[in-house]
Design a protein around this ligand. Sequence first.
Ligand SMILES: Cc1cc2nc3c(=O)[nH]c(=O)nc-3n(C[C@H](O)[C@H](O)[C@H](O)COP(=O)(O)OP(=O)(O)OC[C@H]3O[C@@H](n4cnc5c(N)ncnc54)[C@H](O)[C@@H]3O)c2cc1C
Length: 312
Amino acid sequence: MSVIVYVDSFSGSIAKNGFEAVNYASKLGDVIAVTAGNASDDVLAALGKYGAKKVLKDTSVTSNDPQQLTRLIAKAVEANGATTVVVSHDLNGKAIAPRLSARLKAGLVAGAISLPDGDKVKVNVFSGKAFGFVTVKSDKKIISLLPNSMKPVAEGSDCAVEAFDGEAGNTGYIIKATKKPEGAIPLPEAELVVSGGRGLKGPENWGIIEDLANVLGAATACSRPVADIGWRPHHEHVGQTGVAIRPNLYIAAGISGAIQHLAGVNGSKVIVVINTDPEAPFFKAADYGIVGDAFEVLPRLTEAVKKFKASN
Ligand SMILES: Cc1cc2nc3c(=O)[nH]c(=O)nc-3n(C[C@H](O)[C@H](O)[C@H](O)COP(=O)(O)OP(=O)(O)OC[C@H]3O[C@@H](n4cnc5c(N)ncnc54)[C@H](O)[C@@H]3O)c2cc1C
């Protein structure tokens, strides 16, 4: 059985999410990865290591237009007689999956966190506060996989990359400018994140967040008010109205843990909270909590990590 997996490669490389989706789908059938843009064949062939049998590349689609990408994926489904489509539950996947569901008349499991058990697929609900099971009865199904739900494992070898005409049509968008977030580690893909809130008192104090992030090799993030008042750029704002992340480690300093903040971070594997207020709601969601002043605790953590790294 063929499984179509859409993999974003517009940046010229493949993000971890793409390898995850392919690796997940390889447990369901023979994976045909579909991509658009001009990433090199060498880059795309690496999807074979994660279970893709081949990659179909449509160079006529040059931007993240979900309508074009929906038509491209639907064409690949039709051309290969596939019954399952897997996409990553990232910004692109969230725009594509419902459109594809309507187009293919296929049931959609949004935000899957495990492999299907028969017709049933486990998902996160209530912003990760509970689990649910979605049963899909339609002949075709679409699964969007929550990023960081499974670790992609490279086992195979490179696969073939073939040109494909997905008959995607014209784009409905005019892209006037593209602004890429600065910073070495893109937040949505970061395994480790150090985040600051209003408790940091001002943008001039972010050095202690950045120092810890640098020594850990982590990305930096912030609460929404911090971005709203311009202390930090908006692409660092995590939560219900910002970026949703699922890193292995989330360190939150001077953040109260409002429900809207938790909605974007409570899928993190380990949460460490630093707050002067022992009653701060974030402690209820924390794996480790430090009741203390971020201005004292963060530099000490940075020193401790430096010492640990130096001795190993
Ligand atoms: C519709 C809607 C959507 C929203 N979406 C988001 C969202 O996506 N993301 C988001 O973050 N928020 C969101 N919010 C806002 C959210 O409700 C909170 O107001 C916000 O998360 C609070 O930010 P904060 O924790 O940085 O600030 P505060 O609530 O002011 O908390 C600061 C914390 O720092 C602690 N503190 C103070 N000094 C120190 C110190 N020296 N050391 C350590 N700790 C200290 C305090 O005890 C306190 O707990 C949304 C709100 C609404 C209504």
